[in-house]
Design a binder for this molecule. Structure first.
Ligand code: ADP
Ligand code: MG
Length: 259
């Protein structure tokens, strides 16, 4: 077994990247997969949302990227949800500066994950919203990208930016990288704008668009403050059910892909 490595990325903040990472991880565990989350965002929201106190994280992804800690020693099991986490802490912001001086600086995460890839079915990477060396590490380590997007006016422009980035990474360093899918988040089916963006997405990205939209759902917003995925916080919430359905689509799409 070798894990499907998926980066969740979008150069915009607040589009539901972290929410997707944590809830997809819990949903895939529910469907009997072994899952590791990698928190590459210095804000550490995926770490906190997994019930891990980032103030107590001394050797997380930061130490692993700099080669100061073995990845196996840095991985923690989430408090709820049954997945593992390679956690972030604030110091990760400094990794950016320190990594610049290191050899093979874009390959650090890829090389570290190679040591644990046979323990998991899915490794899901939460990328920061900026195209920094951390995000590049995520996109170099990954085979697939999931792009969460909010159906609003400039959303498609954001996707074009990401596609341009993917093209550059493919040419320069990771030719296998591909977009596994685009997921609509914070979705309001009654919004006229959402319907218009839907139509554009179906025209331009018919193969990439996941058929499951993630609705705007208060339970999804509340769960992180309890340090748990929505599946544990409120199993019957509409947001919980949506992420379970999205997990089914991901299981299907990756079944035919090599890792
Ligand atoms: P990102 O990681 O892209 O910055 P987040 O996942 O942190 O985005 O989401 C941004 C904010 O929106 C957070 O407060 C989160 O709880 C909330 N949120 C995300 N998805 C949903 C949703 N489907 N319904 C309601 N709130 C959501
Ligand atoms: Mg985030």
């Amino acid at each position: 077994m070798s894990a499907h490595i998926i980066a969740v990325a979008n150069q915009k903040g607040g589009v539901g990247k972290t929410t997707t990472v944590v809830n997809l991880a819990a949903s895939l565990v529910e469907k009997k997969s072994k899952v590791l989350i990698v928190d590459l965002d210095p804000q550490g929201n995926a770490t906190t949302g997994s019930g891990i106190n980032k103030g107590n994280v001394t050797n997380g992804v930061y130490a692993v990227l700099l080669g100061n800690e073995e990845i196996n020693n840095a991985i923690i099991t989430a408090q709820h949800g049954g997945f593992d986490v390679l956690p972030a802490n604030r110091a990760l912001a400094g990794a950016e500066v320190e990594l610049v001086q290191e050899l093979a600086r874009e390959m650090r995460l890829k090389n570290a994950l190679a040591q644990v890839a046979d323990k998991y079915d899915y490794i899901i990477i939460d990328c920061p919203p900026t195209l920094t060396l951390l995000t590049i590490n995520g996109l170099v380590a990954a085979r697939h990208i999931i792009v969460p997007m909010v159906c609003e006016y400039y959303a498609l422009e954001g996707i074009s930016d990401l596609i341009a980035t993917v093209r550059k990474i493919r040419q320069a360093i990771n030719p296998q990288l591909e977009i596994l899918g685009i997921v609509r988040t914070l979705y309001d089916p009654r919004s006229l704008l959402a319907k218009q963006v839907d139509e554009q997405l179906m025209t331009h990205f018919p193969d990439q668009l996941f058929s499951t939209p993630i609705p705007r759902n208060i339970r999804l917003a509340e769960a992180p403050s309890h340090g748990m995925p929505a599946l544990q916080y409120d199993p019957r919430a509409t947001g919980t059910k949506a992420y379970l359905a999205l997990a089914d689509e991901i299981l299907q799409r990756t079944a035919t892909k090599q890792t």
